[in-house]
Design a protein around this ligand. Structure first.
Ligand SMILES: Cc1cc2nc3c(=O)[nH]c(=O)nc-3n(C[C@H](O)[C@H](O)[C@H](O)COP(=O)(O)OP(=O)(O)OC[C@H]3O[C@@H](n4cnc5c(N)ncnc54)[C@H](O)[C@@H]3O)c2cc1C
Length: 387
């Protein structure tokens, strides 16, 4: 990928790679992940010390600056050892930080971005509801009612990752029912997690265990006007930039996990012996690895292409969806083969392959399911909308 990166990006990538190798060894990540739903504050603090929370936040707001390429490089390098633990960084970085940057007022940027950059403020995204994540608008029952000085929110969100530790929930609600199109009348809010009427409950799950994903019950929660993000009723349209950015970051995270899978599979193939040989001498296992290398290269090319489009401000919604679909499917297949290559040890909690497999599996479902992403890719080719 080096030929697609400028000098500064290459230096940044190398610095992050060295730092991740030194600070986030796989054994430590494995250990943290075992403490189910216990937010890894030590991990967060290391990110803070490195200035990672400020990546992608403009320097005038206390951030490190950087483009989408910088963010993607960071997400990839972190996920190589951290896998789902990368979400400890990503959730605030992809949701709150971007939402404020893209939709916030100057006052909101001044108020929140320096704190996010300094690692003093965490956010979670609360869009999905029990009634549907793919058909988000059709399933949305959460409402925001206008009152003096603000809004009163009622409803139920599901799967909000890190909501248990977040200071604010980046939340979508219907603020107007009297609309022609269901994408109108939606607003986004920055809801304080400790506001009266907010109840957060952690949900058990297969992977991404280091970060809790939660249901959030909202019962007459008052949110003042200054915590409405962007324009009332336009939230659906205003959140698309944040969601496109998130899709690309998901692709980068998948690619990072794929790097980790290849690393571990290769290592095992060079050392494990059977029938008087190292297992890396068996052709079928070599083919598995060759497939992984091809997936890695394809994913990388699409990721860099899409990141460049986004960095140049060019349309990239379709490519972001493609990158998310391909990278999530590649890493999922690779981690599955990785388990096969490691044999029994692949299934063991003492190695990382099962962690890559569990954590990567989610990314075919969320934040947008791969079926829905394919629907949108097909629609962009001139076919009728299928949903
Ligand atoms: C661990 C975890 C963490 C999450 N974190 C967050 C978070 O932080 N914030 C947040 O807001 N959400 C989060 N989500 C929710 C996630 O975005 C949704 O799970 C995802 O959007 C899918 O929605 P759903 O689960 O309701 O599935 P459904 O929408 O019920 O879909 C079920 C199946 O039907 C398919 N389907 C639905 N409609 C169509 C169609 N038109 N064409 C083809 N197939 C279709 C889907 O692709 C899927 O295969 C998280 C989910 C999980 C599991």
């Amino acid at each position: 990928m080096d030929m697609y990166l400028g000098e500064e990006d290459r230096m940044f990538r190398d610095a992050v790679r060295g730092w991740v190798a030194a600070e986030f060894p796989k054994e430590w990540c494995r250990e943290l992940e075992r403490r189910e739903h216990e937010f890894p504050h030590a991990f967060w603090d290391k990110l803070t010390a490195f200035g990672a929370h400020g990546i992608g936040i403009a320097e005038e707001y206390g951030g490190q600056g950087g483009t989408i390429i910088t963010q993607a490089l960071f997400a990839r390098e972190l996920a190589r050892t951290a896998a789902g633990l990368g979400w400890v960084w990503g959730v605030t970085s992809f949701s709150g930080s971007k939402a404020i940057t893209f939709c916030g007022s100057e006052e909101q940027k001044q108020r929140f971005l320096p704190k996010i950059a300094a690692g003093e403020l965490k956010t979670a995204m609360a869009f999905s509801e029990p009634g549907g994540g793919t058909d988000l608008l059709g399933g949305m029952r959460t409402t925001a009612r206008r009152v003096e000085g603000g809004w009163v929110i009622n409803g139920e969100k599901i799967w909000s990752t890190c909501a248990n530790v977040a200071d604010y929930l980046f939340l979508m609600a219907r603020s107007n029912r009297d609309v022609q199109k269901r994408s109108d009348g939606i607003s986004i809010f920055f809801v304080p997690r400790t506001a009266k009427g907010v109840t957060v409950t952690e949900l058990p799950k297969l992977g991404m265990r280091c970060v809790a994903s939660c249901s959030v019950h909202l019962d007459e929660v008052f949110v003042p006007d200054e915590l409405l993000l962007g324009e009332e009723g336009k939230g659906w349209y205003q959140s698309t930039r944040t969601l496109n950015n998130e899709r690309l970051m998901n692709a980068a995270t998948c690619l990072g996990m794929l790097d980790g899978v290849i690393e571990d599979a290769l290592d095992h193939m060079k050392t494990r012996r059977a029938f008087g040989k190292t297992i890396g001498e068996f052709q079928i296992l070599q083919h598995y690895l060759a497939d992984m290398a091809m997936w890695q290269t394809q994913g990388e090319l699409l990721l860099m292409h899409t990141a460049r489009l986004q960095a140049e401000g060019l349309p990239s919604a379709t490519e972001s969806g493609m990158a998310k679909v391909l990278c999530s499917e590649y890493v999922s297949k690779a981690a599955d083969l990785g388990i096969q290559i490691l044999g029994g040890m692949g299934y063991s909690a003492e190695t990382d392959m099962q962690r890559y497999w569990r954590d990567s599996r989610l990314l075919r479902i969320g934040p947008i399911s791969n079926e829905m992403a394919r629907n949108m890719i097909a629609e962009s080719m001139g076919l009728p909308r299928s949903f």
